[in-house]
Design a protein around this ligand. Structure first.
Ligand SMILES: [Zn+2]
Length: 339
């Protein structure tokens, strides 16, 4: 039995609301740099005391006064039910983010539903002159829920997960605070399910990844890209592209090969581990030049548990097919010997 040695661990589940630029009003800032301006942060701490004991904190909540998108976008307003007047109250972002960080404390895993909150938070930090580095441990609750509750990699909404676990619905909170509270409840139920599946002992590390593999470092956005020379055939191009030496994009140390390159559809996939920085996936696509030659275009990037599982599943599918083909082939040989 593998030991997790995780207790006690604190998860900070956060959720944010953000306003968006209005299409027909000239934007004071490039929306590519600031796709959304945060106006509300809600969070709840989930303290894991043991596999079955969890403590949920009182919610944290802060309203933020936007400085770029000060007029309420109608589409956003429909979802979060706030008016332009509501945006005039609230704290400046720098004060709000400091009070949020203080509330988070020191040693925790940051959690959200999906990864859009992380990228919006990053763009808001940057625009206000803060470092865009955030907590180095992040867990996306959605793929964990998908795996432990339904064994699916299909994307589900928070509302779906709340229904699934029959979590009582209450209307006593503001939106970001309320969503964070629901997400915290879903996280708690998902963790209970996770440990129950582990305790059954019927799954291997390959089919049921350790909780740790769901936690990744969101600051590791560094990736490595490469291209082979052009060749007359696809085969030669892929052979050359797959020869690339795999080094960690951060520490440049040799990577441990978990799953060697294999073809999957129109790509080649592989899975690697850096002892310090975690799992990475490799992908090579074969592309065509205007002169009808071929080259391989490769990418190596850090992956979370869900993305790593995708590669493992593709590899398994491929092996199962291979086994089937082998059986068919040996049957044929037997039949031929009789003749
Ligand atoms: Zn490394």
């Amino acid at each position: 039995m593998m030991t997790d040695n995780l207790f006690p661990m604190t998860f900070v589940v956060f959720d944010m609301e953000w306003n968006q630029p209005i299409p027909y009003i000239p934007s004071p800032i490039d929306p590519k740099i600031l796709p959304g301006e945060i106006i509300d942060i809600g969070a709840v701490k989930v303290k894991m005391l043991s596999e079955n004991e969890y403590e949920l904190s009182r919610p944290f909540s802060v309203t933020i006064r936007p400085v770029y998108y000060r007029i309420m976008n109608k589409q956003v307003s429909k979802v979060i039910n706030k008016s332009t007047d509501d945006l005039k109250s609230g704290m400046p972002f720098p004060d709000a983010i400091r009070s949020f960080m203080d509330w988070c404390g020191e040693d925790y895993v940051l959690c959200a539903w999906g990864d859009s909150d992380i990228s919006i938070l990053r763009s808001n930090l940057k625009i206000h002159g803060f470092s865009s580095e955030i907590n180095d441990r992040f867990l996306d609750i959605q793929p964990l829920f998908g795996r432990v509750a339904e064994n699916t990699s299909q994307q589900r909404s928070v509302a779906y997960a709340v229904d699934f676990y029959r979590i009582p619905q209450t209307d006593d909170f503001h939106s970001a605070e309320r969503d964070a509270w629901y997400e915290a409840r879903v996280l708690k139920e998902s963790l209970i399910d996770y440990f129950a599946i582990r305790a059954r002992g019927t799954e291997t590390e390959q089919t049921f990844p350790n909780l740790r593999t769901y936690i990744s470092n969101p600051n590791l956005t560094t990736q490595k890209k490469w291209k082979s020379e052009a060749f007359p055939t696809e085969r030669a191009a892929s052979a050359k592209a797959l020869e690339e030496k795999m080094l960690c994009p951060i520490c440049e140390s040799d990577l441990f090969e978990e799953i060697r390159w294999f073809s999957s559809g129109h790509s080649f996939l592989s899975l690697w581990q850096c002892p310090t920085h975690g799992a990475l996936s490799g992908r090579v696509r074969i592309k065509r030049t205007p002169k009808q030659e071929f080259y391989g275009s490769g990418q190596l990037r850090f992956v979370n548990g869900n993305a790593a599982r995708y590669v493992r599943e593709k590899w398994q599918e491929k092996n199962e097919k291979k086994e089937e083909n082998k059986e068919v082939a040996s049957e044929c040989v037997k039949e031929c010997d009789k003749l």
